[in-house]
Design a protein around this ligand. Structure first.
Ligand SMILES: Cc1ncc(COP(=O)(O)O)c(C=O)c1O
Length: 228
């Protein structure tokens, strides 16, 4: 397994602090948003004598709450279609292991979140990067670039929307392009939307869950449980 390239920096930072230097951590995206009081209170007021197993898919009340969140965004999702995981990493890993076989190829716009490499390695999946450029603000590459990479081992496309590390937000037209590609080649479309609430200057987030006809193709990772 490769070590996380982000955490690779930690021993250097620790050594620098030990040597008396001030270190400003830019390697990890620790939010400075306060944890909602309701979540903190739920931990503080935990009154059960035994911490039990929960439902394998996650508490029903919580999944219903998530479905309500989506309906509030105009996306009709049933709570039975939601599985709660220990964060985004586990969700992506489970999705890869469920949908792909070893040696399957997945196209991913780069630069991408570095840990996708580790998740793919664990699942035996081969990532095929498709380069995006600063001069285009890291927009989705033209459809022809995808076609060039697609072969008979290609099984999916993975996007991060909004993108880490690029911050790029895919527009409706780009998602339509992806819809066309995945339907034409019978691929899975994975969207890592952990940052969907982080859209600025009035920009609107479009989820792959709002695309028509992808019920059997779309796989979506949204919630980082530890942040809720
Ligand atoms: C784009 C992206 N996806 C997934 C994750 C992993 O999320 P978690 O820490 O909830 O496993 C991160 C964490 O930084 C991330 O930036």
């Amino acid at each position: 397994m490769p070590e996380s390239p982000i955490r690779k920096l930690v021993p250097y930072a620790e050594a620098a602090i030990e040597a008396g230097n001030e270190v400003i951590h830019l390697n990890i995206g620790q939010p400075d948003i306060e944890t909602p009081e309701v979540a903190l209170n739920a931990i503080k007021n935990f009154d059960k004598k035994v911490i039990e197993y929960s439902h394998s898919a996650g508490f029903e009340s919580y999944r219903k709450g998530l479905a309500k969140y989506y309906r509030g965004k105009g996306i009709d999702v049933d709570h039975n279609d939601i599985i709660v995981t220990n964060g985004g990493s586990e969700a992506i890993l489970f999705a890869m292991m469920t949908c792909f076989n070893p040696e399957d190829e997945v196209i991913v716009p780069e630069p991408f979140y570095a840990n996708y490499n580790a998740f793919a390695l664990e699942a035996g999946v081969i990532l095929r990067p498709i380069t995006t450029y600063l001069k285009d603000s890291y927009a989705l590459p033209p459809i022809e670039d995808f076609r060039e990479l697609i072969n008979d081992r290609t099984r999916g496309i993975l996007i991060c929307n909004p993108g880490n590390p690029t911050g790029y937000l895919y527009n409706q037209e780009e998602l339509e392009t992806l819809r066309k590609i995945v339907l034409a080649h019978d691929l899975f479309l994975f969207a890592d939307e952990v940052y969907r609430e982080f859209c600025y200057d009035g920009a609107e987030h479009y989820s792959i869950l709002s695309l028509e006809g992808l019920e059997n193709h779309a796989n979506h990772c949204r919630f980082r449980i530890k942040a809720l």
